[in-house]
Design a protein around this ligand. Structure first.
Ligand code: ACM
Ligand code: ZN
Length: 510
């Protein structure tokens, strides 16, 4: 009797456990989920015949969506699973939805092991915004290619379609330029890094960590990243931050600075007064060499040319910059940045590219095709949309993932407080804009600067689970966002997936 009971107890729950039940309440929430009575059992044996994909390019079928080329429909019924989309990207998003629903994020549907019960359902889905970006700063700290691939996997899991790759800055040059080999040979290495101030002695001297930080990406490695991302329908937009944030480059080409240097790869964080000399014609020559090679390596239609935080201090007293201003009839030093932007805009336009710049680029004249990345709040984005420039919203208040995410004890961060709830509350289209102006808002992006982020685990911790919230901002129709359902149902489901994949994430959802 005892043995029989034990056998029954063992057999019954095992039978139940063998079948995983798909749950369609995933992140980002699909636009429409109509569940019906019954379920289809997907197994390793029937997967090959039961999962069918269809491309239907008819514009009419997808016309209701703002981003038809990424739309998809899933029908689960008696005969299995039918996935339909206008493009391969749509098919990919449908597969991602099912993988997440089944909690098997790594495998394709044809590689199931065990049994999965998929409740009958009709899912119709498409993203709200065409631009769904995630940024990474690989200058302040270098992260290896294998690690970046994992980062791309994470952003693909969230339905994002852009990796904004910040690849040069004051503290390290990490993009190989074949015509300028010293950039990576020398400027990719920082000898020391600030870790504090000596307040005890009262002299406020900086304290440094003397462990060198180094690394760069060869052009072949960059192409490999582009290829890996493209397989996941992610476009890699590289950024060469200019004409400020250039101290690493100045350390090998001091003649491109207004004072002539010497400079060292910058060991401090913040904004340096040393920027490229806008009056020296060699500066444009240098930038065109860099951007020419960059455009050869990265097929992205958009190239980011930075433009943020460029003090005019040096330009104001530099004879070359002053002479350039006189020659071009400029009234203020800031016009020099606009002059550089225009030249590079023309250069990249000849290569079929559009420039993206941080919102400071609005201070000068912009070509019609320039895209503005609004980071100092929403104001830059509003102004740009009103001037009919395309806009990516990434205000510090909601999108800076280098800020603290909890009031609990946290790893040292640069400052600020952007918890999950704050990210989730982001509205990329400001209410001030008219319907016509709103069309210029391409989407949203979260930014992960890495002054204080040194390891892969730490980077994942800063990203997750805030990226879940950003993913819904980018994908879900604002009318369908629901923070309670997100935190109570969908987020726990995603955390189980993170555990399965071995990702590090913050437990604090505030
Ligand atoms: C920025 O955070 N400096 C764009
Ligand atoms: Zn100068």
């Amino acid at each position: 009797m005892r043995k029989t009971l034990l056998a029954a107890l063992l057999a019954w729950p095992m039978g139940l456990l063998a079948q995983n039940v798909a749950n369609y309440q995933i992140v980002p929430l699909p636009r429409s989920i109509e569940q019906h009575e019954g379920s289809f059992t997907l197994t390793a044996q029937n997967a090959a015949q039961s999962v069918r994909t269809h491309i239907d390019p008819s514009a009419k079928r997808w016309a209701q969506y703002t981003v038809p080329d990424e739309a998809y429909e899933i029908e689960v019924g008696k005969k299995g699973i039918d996935i339909t989309a206008a493009t391969e990207a749509g098919l990919f998003y449908a597969q991602q939805t099912l993988r997440k629903a089944m909690q098997m994020p790594e495998a394709s549907l044809n590689e199931v092991t065990g049994e999965y019960a998929l409740p009958y359902v009709t899912i119709k889905d498409a993203p709200q915004f065409p631009y769904r970006g995630v940024h990474i700063d690989c200058s302040r700290h270098y992260f290896p290619v294998e690690f970046l691939k994992k980062y791309i996997d994470i952003i693909a899991l969230h339905g994002c379609n852009v990796l904004h790759w910040h690849i040069t800055d004051d503290q390290g040059w990490r993009f190989e330029v074949k015509a300028l080999p010293d950039l990576t040979a020398k400027a990719s290495r920082r000898e020391h890094t600030v870790i504090g101030n000596n307040c005890m002695s009262g002299n406020g001297e900086y304290i440094f960590d003397d462990t060198p930080e180094m690394g760069f990406y060869t052009q072949d490695e960059c192409r490999e990243i582009v290829r890996y991302a493209a397989e996941r329908y992610i476009n890699v937009i590289p950024e060469i931050d200019l004409p400020g944030h250039m101290v690493a480059a100045l350390s090998v080409y001091p003649e491109l600075g207004c004072t002539g240097g010497p400079y060292e790869v910058w060991p401090l964080w913040g904004i340096s007064d040393d920027v490229l000399c806008a009056g020296n014609d060699k500066t444009l020559e240098f930038l065109k060499t860099v951007l020419g090679e960059l455009a050869d390596v990265f097929p992205s239609k958009q190239i980011h040319i930075g433009g943020d935080e460029c003090p005019r201090t040096r330009w104001g007293s530099c004879p070359k910059c002053q002479a350039k201003m006189r020659a071009l009839g400029m009234k203020k030093a800031g016009d020099l940045q606009s002059y550089i932007n225009k030249e590079l805009d023309k250069f990249l336009a000849q290569r079929g590219r559009d420039v993206i710049g941080w919102d400071e680029i609005l201070e000068g004249e912009l070509s019609e095709n320039s895209i503005v990345m609004s980071w100092r709040g929403y104001e830059g984005g509003i102004e740009a949309a009103r001037k009919h420039h395309r806009v990516i919203m990434t205000p510090t208040t909601h999108c800076y993932f280098d800020y603290y995410q909890s009031k609990e004890r946290q790893p040292l961060s640069i400052g600020g407080y952007v918890p999950v709830s704050k990210v989730y509350s982001m509205e990329p289209v400001p209410a001030e804009l008219t319907a016509e102006e709103s069309r210029y808002i391409l989407g949203a992006q979260c930014n992960l600067w890495t002054e204080y982020v040194l390891s892969e685990d730490h980077l994942q911790y800063m990203l997750l689970p805030r990226l879940c919230a950003m993913s819904e901002v980018q994908w879900v129709n604002p009318d369908q966002k629901d923070y309670t359902a997100f935190t109570e149902t969908r987020l726990p489901h995603m955390l189980k997936i993170f555990k399965k994949l071995g990702y590090t994430y913050s437990p604090y959802v505030e």
